[in-house]
Design a protein around this ligand. Sequence first.
Ligand code: ZN
Length: 221
Amino acid sequence: MFEYKHIDSECKKIDLPVGKVVCVGRNYLQHIKELDNDVPSTPLLFNKPSTALVPLNSPVVIPKNLGPCHNELEVAVLIKTRLCQTSIKDAEAAIWGVGLGLDLTLREVQNTLKKQGHPWERAKAFDCSCPMSQFIAKEQLDNLSNIDFSLSVNNELRQQGNSQEMLFPILKLLVNISNTFTLLPGDIVMTGTPKGVAALLVDDHITIELNGHFSIRTYVV
Ligand code: ZN
């Protein structure tokens, strides 16, 4: 397996441990509509363990024989200081930087779990379910509310999003999450996916862009 470490824009190791990944579901209206879900009144949260993380610049490994594995490209926020029942101001100061992650999702498995009223981990928290990019330091970003990103598969644009479209913006999410899960240095928050989720297939070529910062090309195995 590809060993995961947090890396910066020059692919140098960031001096933070690798922790949990807290994920937000249903944070973009168009994506809620495409899966025919309800708009949440509070953020929908779930976790991926640290064993879900793999570097995005290595091939994307999808599980076999478990039905479709969907792409969900999301803004990922790397935490550098402990956040527990925090304020907006402290939440902003706790951000190391921002990258992009894939919340790989076994959609049929998830639909079955939903029907059974069971937790989603088997569909979303499996090994390698969270390929993660390098992180751009917060100081290098103009504005947390204007992060533009996209995913192309086989040179066709599949997902395009901007953090300004989030129902719950980044700082509000951190405040809300920290009331339930203490965020520790090295934890990552995944902020939800825009519309355009669909199955990834072996040999698909993927391009992931954080507009103005990086473009990563990889493929599915
Ligand atoms: Zn997601």
